[in-house]
Design a protein around this ligand. Sequence first.
Ligand SMILES: [Fe+2]
Length: 261
Amino acid sequence: MLIAQISDMHLRAAGDLLHGRIDTVGALADCIAHVNSMLPRPDLVLATGDLTDWGRPEDYRLLRRMLGELAMPCYVIPGNHDERAALRAALGDCGYLPSGGEFLHYTIDGWPLRMIGLDTVLPGKVGGGLCTARRQWLAERLAEQPQRPTVLFMHHPPFPSGIGFLDTPPFEGGEELAALISRHPQVRQVMCGHIHRAIYVNWAGTCAAIAPSTVYQMNLAFEPGTGFVMTNDPPAIALYLWNGEVGPTGYISLISNASSP
Ligand SMILES: [Fe+2]
């Protein structure tokens, strides 16, 4: 089983350039063409938030149309740039988002790996978290199939990324989430976005990683006081291969023929 993770697409339907120079529509088209042309072809795609840049209805309508060009199923969760109501209005009939309730979290079953998508959005905030209700929902899902290898995917990393200006404030409920995951060894991988860099860490007794953006990558701002700088590192996706024993094994695949920086 091969999973493709795409993240932080920041789609703008109006065609205006992100940060004055990035064509987000072209970047997503390049990403989709890249995934569709891969051999072996991924079985499914997980899109881990900041799907759109402004969260407008027209952005999600375009997103839906473009994701429909993927040759395999695609599952989305929101990031801090997304708007739950507009996302649900455009993609709610795709069959996996909950029709009711506040949060856009769900499970994907029927594959060798069980996948659980989490909604880490705190409306009005850049940073993320999981409140008591969302952690309780996850605890109930993890208790359902404790023997089945499981991966979690979400937008905000619940661990420090090392990129100082994005680690403050910390993920709300991160310690409680780590304690929950550490009690469930079936969680084999945690997949995140938000930081626009490939980052790997051991956390909560499992493997956790942040996928690069399909649009642009941020600088390695390790030094205190270093701010945000967009780099010329190429757009990329993450891949996870699961063979039933080792892993899942993670890879980075640079997007070829990219039209963005
Ligand atoms: Fe982002």
